[in-house]
Design a protein around this ligand. Structure first.
Ligand code: ADP
Ligand code: ADP
Length: 219
């Protein structure tokens, strides 16, 4: 369902962030993308929702070639993807409810059902009843949970997260990692980048390792 075939990404300045990347992730897998800072993890993840486009090669999501997707088709692609990226900041002047509701407003979801979905998503991440609070009053771990609730409120089949445990205390990081594992157990395909793969080690997920833009293991 996620297929990279000989993918390369060269940024406009000429820097080659990814080269010769080929792998396949099947429905229902949990895959941890590891590698040092600058290895190309964010770049690889951004190719999936077509935030960045590959310079060469093909990226298939659910059989659809997103490397050549017309701009107008991108919103439809993203509806089926839950994204927790570095850029996925919360709106700090809006309530927890409004933050999680945002994707449903964008897709024109009926308001009554949308409210129920927001409540269910918040419950799913352990923030039931916190709708009215503002993000600034929450801990870092709780803010990350709001971002995750926003990513899953559309019930996507694929969840992509870029270093969601960075900047969190170890106890919070473990909780966030467990949350992604529980979504995977519920049937969601999960691709998550981290420089601390030990967070997931005990569940022995499949690992893809990037070094200087190249895949070391495609187990
Ligand atoms: P990681 O997520 O593993 O830290 P990135 O994908 O963010 O790696 O970056 C890989 C390389 O691509 C780095 O050398 C980075 O400086 C470079 N890079 C990332 N984004 C851009 C950009 N928009 N323009 C130019 N170079 C970039
Ligand atoms: P339901 O009440 O429909 O059985 P759950 O209690 O299983 O839903 O999950 C509550 C929320 O968690 C859902 O609204 C959704 O946001 C998220 N969720 C649970 N399972 C999935 C899944 N398979 N795919 C996407 N999101 C899910």
């Amino acid at each position: 369902m996620i297929v990279f075939d000989s993918v390369a990404k060269r940024y406009p300045g000429g820097y080659t962030a990814l080269a010769g990347i080929s792998f396949e992730i099947r429905h229902g897998e949990l895959v941890v993308l590891s590698g040092h800072s600058g290895a190309g993890k964010s770049t690889l993840l951004k190719l999936i929702p077509a935030i960045e486009r590959p310079t060469a090669g093909t990226v298939l999501i659910n059989g659809q070639d997103v490397s050549r997707l017309p701009r107008r088709a991108i919103p439809y692609l993203r509806r089926n993807l839950g994204l927790v990226l570095q850029e996925s900041r919360l709106l700090f002047d809006r309530s927890v409810f409004d933050n999680v509701m945002l994707p449903l407003v964008i897709t024109g979801h009926p308001p009554g059902d949308a409210s129920k979905r927001v409540a269910a998503a918040l419950e799913r991440v352990g923030l039931a009843g916190r709708e009215k609070e503002l993000p600034a009053g929450l801990s870092g771990g709780e803010q990350q949970r709001v971002a995750i609730a926003r990513a899953i409120v559309n019930r996507p089949s694929i969840l992509i997260a870029d270093e969601p445990t960075a900047h969190l205390d170890p106890a919070y990081a473990t909780e966030i990692a467990d949350l992604f594992k529980s979504f995977n157990r519920a049937g969601v395909t999960v691709l998550i980048s981290t420089h601390d793969a030990s967070l997931f080690a005990e569940s022995a997920p499949r690992r893809l390792t990037l070094a200087k833009g190249q895949l070391l293991e495609a187990a």
